[in-house]
Design a protein around this ligand. Structure first.
Ligand SMILES: Nc1ncnc2c1ncn2[C@@H]1O[C@H](COP(=O)(O)OP(=O)(O)O)[C@@H](O)[C@H]1O
Ligand SMILES: [Mg+2]
Length: 384
């Protein structure tokens, strides 16, 4: 029995062992530090998104993985093997660039076959691999067309097929859907995920679009100024951001500035000019410490009558987690209504209300007095 358990544990170790390891990676261009020390493990089969605004170093990091930039210092290990000294074509890695760089004079078929021919693979094998790939990306009917005879989405799939046909161990995508318009992009995101999972290739992608990262990635690394601030599955990044930058960068957030006035193992109280915040979990902080309380707009209740009058679980009943103000403006978007509320303290907050039933869509009036409140389990305390 012990042996069986032992071997299971061994297998689990193997599965969890990082497939790709970035260790203290740095890239400097003269004075500028594009990547400022990134240490990161990427698991086999996952789609990992590097997410950050323009200029934060995403592409530089990706280009180092592809072999198009030499790190100033640090290591890149793929299944334990150091990649840094290998030129791009000797790495089991394929990079799809932002502009697909398809060969305009070649057909779809020949574009996909290009890399295999260059590697002098047998003719039969080339044909079967290209056919299979075209089937996977649903481009068989277009095999004889040239790139300019295809839509943007189809060109994108040709580029993806061309990257995958060589069966790389690691696929690198730099803003893969950047050239597509919004509607097409949303549809293509899921198609690309399907194809990547079917092929089973591990993928690192770069995007500045948080929706794209949330939709496509198994895990996201949020980047700013050459560093990765937080790594986690989309739900963790959104629900438990670890700093004000990440909280603010992903989605919308209301940030209350306050001070820890009660610090217990199972709860914390933070006082801000707007209200007393009851946080129903302990944090690593100290009494008197300045912190931010982060609350997502959809987690705030908004109503015309004082909250909690008959609900003794409601924190507002105890004088916590509630405030009042007036509606400065609103946007009715059909599925939800966004309210901007000016609190008595002068702070403006954003509250979104999902219009689940038709009667929900009856809006609170602009200028009207409202109460806002939230649960102590829905806030995040940020110490940096
Ligand atoms: N070849 C280069 N020479 C000098 N500076 C560069 C070079 N490539 C990128 N940089 C700089 O490094 C920083 C990060 O760039 P990049 O990785 O392209 O960011 P992102 O892809 O996140 O927009 C930027 O300030 C950019 O100007
Ligand atoms: Mg870039």
């Amino acid at each position: 029995m012990a042996a069986v358990l032992g071997s299971r544990a061994g297998d689990a170790d193997k599965v969890d062992a990082p497939f790709l390891q970035l260790i203290a990676l740095v890239k400097r261009f003269d004075e500028a530090v594009a990547v400022a020390g990134v240490t990161l493990d990427i698991r086999q089969g996952e789609i990992f998104a590097l997410l950050g605004s323009s200029g934060c170093g995403k592409s530089t990091l990706l280009r180092m993985l592809g072999g198009f930039e030499l790190p100033t210092s640090g290591q890149i290990l793929l299944e334990g093997r150091d990649l840094v000294r290998l030129p791009p074509h000797e790495r089991p890695v394929n990079m799809m660039f932002q502009s697909y760089a398809l060969f305009p004079h070649l057909t779809v078929w020949d574009n996909v076959a290009f890399g295999l021919r260059r590697d002098h693979l047998p003719r039969d094998e080339i044909a079967s691999r290209v056919e299979k790939m075209l089937e996977m990306v649903q481009l068989q009917p277009y095999a004889k067309r040239k790139p300019h005879q295809l839509s943007g989405g189809q060109q994108q799939r040709v580029a993806l097929a061309r990257s995958l046909v060589k069966r790389p161990r690691l696929l690198l995508l730099d803003e893969p859907l950047g050239a597509l318009d919004k509607q097409l992009r949303e549809r293509t995101q899921l198609e690309v995920v399907d194809i990547i999972h079917q092929v089973g290739v591990t993928c690192v992608m770069v995007t500045h679009d948080q929706g794209e990262a949330m939709t496509m990635a198994t895990r996201i690394g949020v980047m700013s100024e050459g560093r990765i601030l937080q790594v986690g599955p989309p739900v963790d990044i959104y629900e438990t951001p670890n700093c004000t930058f990440v909280a603010d960068f992903i989605g919308s957030v209301n940030l209350f500035k306050g001070q820890i006035t009660v610090d217990e193992a199972d709860h914390v109280i933070v006082d801000s000019p707007e209200c007393r915040h009851y946080v129903s979990h302990g944090i690593t902080g100290t009494l008197g410490m300045g912190v931010h309380i982060a609350i997502r707009p959809e987690k705030i209740g908004i109503q015309q009558s004082p909250p909690g009058a008959h609900d003794y679980d409601n924190p507002a009943e105890l004088g916590f987690n509630s405030s009042y103000g007036s509606i400065r403006d609103l946007a009715y978007l059909g599925s939800q209504t966004i309210y901007h509320v000016l609190l008595a303290s002068g702070m403006a907050i954003k509250v979104t209300k999902s219009n689940d039933a038709r009667h929900d869509a009856i809006r609170l009036p602009v200028g009207g007095k409202v109460y806002v409140w939230w649960w102590g389990s829905d806030v995040v305390v940020l110490t940096q």
